[in-house]
Design a protein around this ligand. Structure first.
Ligand SMILES: [Zn+2]
Length: 355
């Protein structure tokens, strides 16, 4: 249990770290979320301050949203932004997996569009949200007050990374993030909005203008990740299958994760939209890097396990494994070494569970 508490804290608070990763990518600011153009009518949707990224496909006859961020407030910001751009409603919402930062905004879509919006997920994601997702939601509650405190500290200091006064949009984004945490902390009875439509292998959404493939390959980041593919545009939306600066592999299935990423490497892909960091990657180089790292970590776990090493000893020995260490600087800078160690620890631990 000690490990799990730490895990939750790391995951939640690291949202702050990754909030600056996409600062270089320009886009349309809407307060809580930012729309970053990827191709015609396709946007990455990034939180302005912290949290998970999703996607928006503006489609004739009804739009498609992938993942709904960490709160109804962020979801409402996106709904408002879309209503300013288009008269068509949001018709489909895909939830990629059960982690709470990817579906806690669902409620806002139901409140706005009633039963005209269709929620889609893998069969097992629908099962896992009210069990594993609810558990994670509870665990995160204490960290929400820490996040509120940190947000207030940043606002009081009124200084950005370059030592200059915070821009007005940044202040709005931080205030919105803080208020979301207060809203969610006050709702331990939080009502999940589960999928109306589930699938086991794949499902294809057809609108007047687009064909959008949603599919599952193997357990990877979770046991039932949905991958969204726009084949004509060669755009892949992978949720948390890929994240930066590290893979958040704490609930992963490393050996099958490798197979999943290998299969994705076979697709024609110009851009990949990822769950944290990014949010838009050109080409497949990070996909390949992630797969190669996972292969090295799994190989280490298999050998360590066969040699009779305990999980803790295997994690300790990983620091001397050149095949793993070679990836350190590809993922993190010197100030983020702890994150890399965390990823190695999670991955080996989960690989041991698979063994
Ligand atoms: Zn996740």
């Amino acid at each position: 249990m000690r490990k799990r508490g730490f895990t939750v804290a790391v995951i939640f608070l690291t949202a702050w770290v990754s909030s600056t990763v996409f600062a270089g990518q320009s886009g349309i600011d809407t307060g809580s979320v930012r729309l970053i153009p990827v191709a015609e009518n396709i946007y990455a949707v990034a939180p302005s301050f912290a949290g998970a990224s999703g996607a928006l496909i503006l489609s004739d006859g009804g739009h498609i949203v992938v993942d709904t961020h960490g709160s109804p407030a962020s979801a409402r910001a996106l709904i408002d932004a879309v209503s300013r751009i288009s008269d068509d409603p949001i018709r489909y919402v895909v939830n990629t997996h059960w982690h709470v930062d990817h579906h806690s905004g669902n409620l806002a879509y139901r409140e706005t569009f009633g039963n005209d919006v269709v929620f889609i997920s893998h069969d097992n994601t629908r099962k896992d949200i009210p069990t594993l997702g609810a558990e994670q939601f509870e665990q995160v509650v204490p960290y929400r007050s820490m996040a509120v405190q940190s947000a207030n500290d940043v606002l009081a200091k009124n200084m950005d990374d370059h030592g200059e006064a915070l821009a007005a949009e940044k202040i709005t984004a931080i205030e919105a993030f803080r208020d979301e945490q207060i809203e969610l902390a006050a709702r331990p009875d939080y009502a999940y909005t589960l999928a109306d439509l589930t699938y086991s292998d794949s499902i294809t959404l057809h609108t007047d203008s687009d064909t959008v493939e949603v599919f599952f390959l193997h357990p990877a980041h979770t046991r039932s990740d949905s991958i969204v593919y726009l084949r004509d545009q060669e755009i892949l939306i992978v949720g948390d299958l890929l994240t930066q600066p590290i893979l958040w592999s704490w609930s992963s299935y490393p050996s099958q994760y490798v197979l999943t990423l290998k299969a994705l490497e076979q697709l024609a892909v110009k851009k990949i939209l990822i769950g944290h960091g990014g949010p838009v990657l050109d080409g497949k180089s990070y996909l390949v890097q992630a797969r190669q790292f996972l292969e090295a970590a799994v190989a280490h776990a298999v050998l360590s396990h066969a040699a009779g090493l305990s999980e803790d000893k295997a994690i300790e020995a990983a620091a001397k494994n050149a095949a793993i260490e070679d990836f350190r600087r590809s993922f993190v800078s010197k100030t983020e070494d702890k994150l890399f160690d965390q990823m190695v620890g999670w991955t080996i631990s989960r690989a041991y569970l698979e063994l």
